[in-house]
Design a protein around this ligand. Structure first.
Ligand SMILES: C[S@@+](CC[C@H](N)C(=O)[O-])C[C@H]1O[C@@H](n2cnc3c(N)ncnc32)[C@H](O)[C@@H]1O
Length: 284
């Protein structure tokens, strides 16, 4: 796989611990992201006959959805650096009997895309991990036909994302001190700052860049299923990373604290928190 040297840590991460979690929880994550996916697909407006590139396509949920919309005259090319997640995506493409979708394991920031061939560049949370985002989006721009569209979903700031924040706040005092993080470093919040994100896309050559806030319900589990919701909160999202180096005693105390915090979000519709996302749109 051609790889930009600085993306090496992300390539290692998405082929190791993260791949285990994302493949194990694939169905639950896809259900969790359903409301956001519907908004993102509506905004992207994939059309029959489009050639669509799905960046950081992971286990393939959006490849399947886009391929259905592109139809037999169109095609979807998914790209991801994670071998296990790409393997899951390919299994699902085959199981769905789709002949217009492929997944390639490659670092999208440096992949040699056929120039000028894509009508739509789409991503659900797959573009916040580039070491050099301007260079990466300039490379992706080269894949687009003139006037082609981009629609990427990326997380807004932590303060507006209770699904990350509530479990993390409940656990914080029980965790080993966390090193300060650079908000612009590759990771889920790399595009949270609207001004910086706007500049990245403009500097990479994209036109008519807009960021639209979309808040979405994040349903961790059915009503009353605190144990299931707590396990989920400890395995995905920010808290999972923070817990990676902690022992069983700390984990047990965190489990109790997170369960208590989630009780406040137990509603008749389920244990529901909020996700807040930028829908980033632009034209090549
Ligand atoms: C948060 S996951 C999202 C996966 C999928 N889009 C979804 O919504 O289920 C981020 C994905 O981006 C991929 N990724 C990170 N850096 C990448 C890169 N440089 N090129 C291609 N994929 C990348 C990861 O391997 C991972 O599958």
């Amino acid at each position: 796989m051609p790889a930009q040297q600085d993306n090496a840590a992300q390539i290692a991460y998405w082929n190791d611990r993260a791949a285990v979690t994302w493949t194990a929880f694939q169905e639950r994550l896809d259900t969790l992201f359903e409301p956001l996916t519907a908004y993102a697909l509506t905004a992207a407006a994939p059309a029959a006959g489009d050639h669509i590139v799905d960046i950081g396509c992971g286990c393939g949920a959006t490849v399947l959805a886009l391929a259905e919309r592109a139809g037999p005259a169109g095609r979807v090319s998914g790209f991801d650096i994670s071998e296990p997640m790409a393997a899951r995506a390919r299994e699902r493409i085959e199981a769905a009997g789709l002949t217009n979708a492929t997944v390639t394991v490659s670092d999208a920031s440096v992949h040699a895309f056929p120039p000028g061939s894509a009508d739509l560049l789409f991503s659900r949370f797959g573009v916040m991990f580039f070491a050099d985002p301007v260079a990466a989006f300039a490379n992706l721009h080269g894949a687009m036909r003139s006037g082609g569209r981009l629609l990427c979903a990326a997380w807004r700031p932590l303060a507006d994302n209770s699904w990350f924040k509530v479990p993390m706040d409940a656990a914080r005092a029980l965790l080993s001190p966390q090193p300060p993080t650079d908000p612009s470093a590759p990771g889920p919040f790399a595009f949270a700052d609207a001004d910086r994100t706007h500049r990245i896309f403009q500097d990479a050559g994209w036109r008519n860049v807009t960021l639209t806030r979309q808040d979405v319900p994040m349903r961790f589990a059915a009503a009353g299923q605190i144990e299931q919701a707590t396990e989920f909160a400890m395995r995905v999202g920010m808290l999972a990373g923070a817990l990676a180096e902690e022992g069983p005693e700390v984990r047990a105390r965190v489990q109790d604290a997170v369960a208590t915090a989630l009780q406040a979000h137990d509603t008749p519709a389920g244990i529901v928190l909020t996700g807040s996302v930028w829908l980033i749109a632009a034209q090549a």
